[in-house]
Design a protein around this ligand. Structure first.
Ligand code: 6CS
Length: 313
C-alpha cells in the first residue's frame, strides 16, 4: 500500500529530511510505498491534522505550537527556559524522557493519534527589525507566534505584542510589516528566506523547536505486528539520523544568511540580559497549569524530573 505522510516543511528542511529517511527505511524493507506531502500541498497545519485524524493521511508531522489547540498539554514544549541548552542533554531527553515515551502517547491516543516520535529542530531565535535587549524594548513590537495560547502568554510576558498566525501567512505579514518579527530555528530562517525581511536575529536562549511525528491510530492498530515493528524501526533510524544531521546546521545556516545579507545583525544576549526575560516569563508556568489542569501539572512535573535525569548527559 502507499502510506501518505504530511509534513509542515519542505523536503529539504528538517521535517522533510526526517520523512525522507523514514520513507527510505520503509521502502527498503517492505513492499509499502511512502508518499510525502510537503507544506503547501494539503493546507495549513490545522487542516492537515484533521486529515490525519480522519485517516486520509496515515502519518503526520506536527509541532506542539499547532497541536496545542487539540492537546493543550503538548504546549509544555513551548514553555520558555525549561529545556536545557546543552545539545547532548537535549538529545538524551528526547530519547529517554518518560513524558514522551509514556505520558504523551495516551493524550495523543485520545485524539485518534499514535505518537511515534518527538524530536528537536534547533534553538529558537527571534527575528526583528530593530535590536532589543530587554522586555521593555519589545514593547509594542508585533511578533508572530504559532497558534498556541501558551506562546501568546510567553510573548506577552516578554513585553511584545504576540500575533498568532498559521505558517502560510508569515512571510507576507513580515513583508507588508503587519508584524515586525517571529521566532524559529536558524535553519528555517535561512531556508525560508525570512532573513530577507529581517534586520536583527536575536538569541535569548529561551527554547528549542520541538516537533512530533504521529500516525492515524486506527491505521496503526490495524497494521500487522511485522508492519508495526517496521514503522518503529524506521522511526528509530530517522530519529537517530535527524539528531546527527542537525549537528552544525545552525552555524551553516548563519554562514549562509551572512553571505546573502551581510548587513544583518546577530545578537546573542548575555546571561544578565537573558535573566530579565527568564524572570518576566516565570508566571507562564502557572498559565500552563491554568490551561491544562491536573493533567498538565503532572506532565510538567514529569518533564522537570526527566530533565533533571538528563543533566550532565
Ligand atoms: O513557524 C512555523 O510555523 C514552522 N516552523 C518550523 C520550524 N517548522 C514548521 C512550522 O510550521
Amino acid at each position: 500500500a502507499t502510506w501518505k505522510y504530511a509534513i509542515e516543511e519542505s523536503l529539504t528542511e528538517v521535517q522533510g529530511v526526517y520523512a525522507t529517511k523514514f520513507k527510505e527505511v520503509i521502502e527498503a524493507n517492505s513492499d509499502h510505498k511512502v508518499q510525502i506531502y510537503p507544506f503547501g500541498t494539503l493546507g495549513e497545519s490545522v487542516d492537515v491534522m484533521e486529515q490525519a485524524q480522519a485517516g486520509i493521511l496515515q502519518f503526520v508531522d506536527q509541532s506542539p505550537g499547532f497541536t496545542g489547540s487539540l492537546i493543550p498539554e503538548a504546549q509544555v514544549f513551548l514553555m520558555p527556559y525549561v529545556i536545557p541548552e546543552k545539545q547532548s542533554e537535549i538529545n538524551y531527553f528526547f530519547k529517554n524522557s518518560k513524558v514522551i515515551t509514556e505520558h504523551f502517547p495516551a493524550l495523543y491516543a485520545d485524539k485518534g493519534l499514535e505518537l511515534l516520535s518527538m524530536f528537536p529542530e534547533g534553538r529558537v531565535h527571534i527575528t526583528t527589525q530593530a535590536p532589543f535587549e530587554s522586555p521593555a524594548e519589545l514593547n509594542g513590537v508585533k511578533i508572530r507566534v504559532m497558534t498556541s495560547p501558551l506562546l501568546v502568554e510567553t510573548y506577552k510576558s516578554f513585553g511584545a505584542v504576540p500575533t498568532p498566525l498559521p505558517w502560510g501567512e508569515v512571510f507576507g505579514a513580515l513583508q507588508t510589516k503587519m508584524i515586525q518579527g517571529q521566532e524559529n530555528p536558524m535553519f528555517f530562517i535561512e531556508s525560508t528566506k525570512m532573513y530577507e525581511v529581517t534586520e536583527v536575529i536575536t538569541d535569548i536562549g529561551h527554547n528549542i523547536f520541538t516537533t512530533a511525528v504521529m500516525a492515524n491510530k486506527d491505521f496503526y492498530d490495524g497494521l500487522s505486528d511485522d508492519d508495526q515493528a517496521l514503522v518503529q524501526k524506521a522511526i528509530a533510524e530517522a530519529t537517530d539520523y535527524i539528531l546527527d544531521y542537525q549537528q552544525g546546521l545552525e552555524d551553516e545556516s548563519i554562514a549562509k544568511i551572512k553571505a546573502a545579507k551581510p548587513r544583518i545583525q546577530f545578537v546573542s544576549l548575555a546571561e544578565d540580559k537573558r535573566a530579565a526575560f527568564r524572570e518576566a516569563s516565570a508566571p507562564v508556568k502557572a498559565k500552563f497549569v491554568e490551561m491544562t489542569g491536573q493533567s498538565g501539572k503532572a506532565i510538567l512535573e514529569q518533564m522537570e524530573a526527566d530533565l533533571q535525569d538528563a543533566k550532565g548527559k
